[in-house]
Ligand binder design. Structure first.
Ligand code: 13P
Length: 592
């Protein structure tokens, strides 16, 4: 196994959480509150949370966890530099001392037989140090250098770039001449040899300093490669280390190998599931109207809104003969997922038995943003537990809807940011729970705006959404987008023609939806059933698309059947015929 000398500095990090500790603040004559940090370190209560694993010490811990033999010169504690990391609410502030220790390379070190030098990001690259290091590298040709080049690389350190075998950088514009393997590390992604992995961006509330994150990333990459892992596996293990470490420790190699294996299997399975859900020439039935929506629909037709009528209504669709020929999946509402079909099985098992994949709406509806008329989607709290239960019930995909209304002043950047971040967090949680997420940002049709405005707003939302999904580390290959067609608002004087809808929708999606996504499905959004089908057909004429495209309508599939049923099961035959007609028409539209 390789023997590595780590060169860098060790900082003494002191983590102070102030959330509930206001009583520890002292107030001066002017009323300003002060926290006595107790620099002697002896008596202050917060020193209980001191950690020393920062800078080069972090690198060492990671490499040892990869079973590599390391040496690190640790400066005596009397000269340690303290760095204070203070958290209050959602805010974290770092107090980094301006003073820096020169980095040491001891004579002792120079006579040992190391295979690698790891020059950590915490090293101070002054002239004397670099000169000593270069002569050392010159004298021992077999010694290899892994170098974390700081963004503001001093001139004297430039020759190290040429000498490096592995180079870690975080600057996109880096363009020095080097033969080194370049690993580019950002706060949410790592790229090595054109392979990129995204990891969950470590929030400030996670307490980590940038130094910790970047050191763990670089050391994990070296650790993986020196353990003869492929670049792909190394990247995956690095991501897992970053996402699962805590302030006291990073993960041992064996644990990373197990997690990587599980994650790869989960990813393969989820991608397959997403592929099945979106496979041509079928769509997805959205039968997931919440209690409130069902109530409104039933009320207009004077249908009693009770448990049995709601069950009979869903049952009507699920027992329509040949449903499985037209849909790959059905989205259920929580109540429906627990209701029983005529043969006594629950609807989840009933649909699975027909070869249809059952899914579930998991958002909890919309709420107003504070001080605004705009909405955001509720449901993140307790979501992990609900997803776990849904998976056990047999549900294999989920849906989450965010709604955006176009008015003179909306949607605002705030509402777009908030909702797209929530969608990304939901999607990540789904994938961790082995469930394929459908992310549904809907620009609401009911408004007074031209088609160009709808295209612009849809585009901005999609751009934000995919950037949020990327930051969250969501696997797009196992994610489906459910989206509105691009069209003028329902109240706008000039309604869009199907040709215009096809053109604008295809253009917008091709521009903003990444090629790696599993697929795109459309909602009908209040268009008439015929209008939705015709528009779908026009969109598909603009293919081929980089991803499969199909329908996932609720109203445009179920509306005519609901009107025929009228709450009376004697009308099932007419209602089923009306439903079948819409299913057939929409599947035909998929083949323009
Ligand atoms: P509509 O097709 O009725 O718009 O419903 C689709 C959906 O699932 C909305 O969340």
């Amino acid at each position: 196994m390789s023997k590595i000398l780590i060169i860098g500095n060790v900082l003494k990090d002191v983590y102070l959480r102030l959330d509930d500790r206001n009583e520890a603040l002292e107030t001066d004559n002017s009323g300003t509150k002060w926290l006595n940090l107790g620099f002697n370190g002896s008596s202050h209560p917060y020193f209980a949370q001191t950690s020393v694993t920062s800078g080069a010490a972090t690198t060492r811990e990671v490499l040892e966890n990869f079973h590599l033999e390391t040496d690190l010169y640790v400066a005596p504690s009397s000269t340690a530099i303290y760095r204070f990391i203070i958290s209050a609410g959602n805010q974290i502030t770092y107090f980094t001392p301006a003073e820096k220790h020169p980095t040491l390379l001891l004579t002792d070190h120079l006579y040992k037989n190391y295979d690698w030098l790891f020059l950590d990001r915490s090293a101070v690259l002054d002239y004397e140090f670099v000169k000593r290091l270069l002569s050392h590298l010159e004298a021992r040709k077999t010694l290899r250098l892994a170098f974390y080049a700081p963004r503001d690389l001093p001139l004297c350190a430039k020759p190290l770039i040429k000498k490096a075998s592995i180079l870690f950088i975080d600057d996109l514009s880096f363009n020095y001449n080097t033969k080194a393997l370049i690993c580019q590390i950002s706060e949410s992604s790592i790229t090595v040899r054109e392979k990129t992995i995204h990891f969950r961006k470590l929030e400030k509330t996670d307490f980590y300093t940038h130094l910790t994150v970047y050191s763990v990333a670089a050391a994990s990459i070296l650790g993986g490669l020196l353990n003869h892992k492929s670049v792909e596996d190394t990247l995956l293990m690095t991501k897992l280390n970053l996402e699962n470490m805590n302030l006291n420790s990073t993960l041992p190699l064996e644990k990373l190998e197990t997690l990587a294996h599980e994650e790869k299997e989960n990813r393969v399975n989820l991608r397959l599931m997403a592929k099945e859900l979106i496979a041509a020439p079928k769509g997805i039935l959205a039968a997931d109207e919440s209690g409130g929506s069902i109530h409104k629909k039933f009320e207009t037709l004077s249908i009693p809104d009770d448990y049995d009528h709601r069950r009979d209504y869903r049952n009507l669709f699920f027992t329509t003969d040949g449903l499985e020929k037209y849909v790959n999946g059905v989205i259920l509402f929580d109540e429906t997922a627990r209701q029983l079909s005529d043969d006594g099985r629950d609807f989840v098992k009933f649909l699975t038995g027909k070869g249809i994949i059952p899914g579930i709406k998991v958002d909890k509806g919309l709420a107003k943003l504070p001080g605004s008329e705009e909405k955001y989607t509720l449901g993140l709290s307790g979501l992990d537990e609900r997803l776990e239960e849904y998976f056990k019930l047999g549900l294999r995909f989920a849906k989450w809807r965010a709604a955006f209304e176009i008015t003179g002043s909306t949607p605002t950047k705030t509402a777009i940011k908030k909702n797209t971040c929530i969608l990304a967090e939901y999607a990540k949680k789904c994938q961790s729970a082995h469930i394929v997420p459908i992310v549904e940002p809907e620009v609401v049709y009911d408004g007074d705006f031209p088609i160009e405005t709808c295209a612009g707003v849809t585009g901005i939302i999609l751009r934000e959404l995919f950037s949020a999904l990327e930051s969250e580390g969501v696997d797009l290959g196992a994610t489906i987008l459910k989206v509105n067609m691009v069209l003028a608002g329902k109240k706008y004087q000039a309604q869009s023609t199907p040709a215009e809808v096809g053109d604008w929708t295809a253009k917008t999606l091709k521009h903003f939806v990444p090629k790696s996504l599993a697929g795109v499905v459309f909602l009908s959004g209040g268009q008439t059933p015929e209008q939705a089908t015709e528009n779908l057909s026009e969109v598909l004429k603009h293919g081929p698309f980089p991803w499969p495209v199909t329908f996932s309508f609720a109203r445009a599939l179920q509306g005519p059947a609901l009107e025929a049923w009228k709450g009376d099961n004697k009308n099932y035959p007419e209602a089923k015929a009306a439903f079948l007609e819409r299913l057939k028409a929409n599947c035909a539209a998929l083949n323009p």
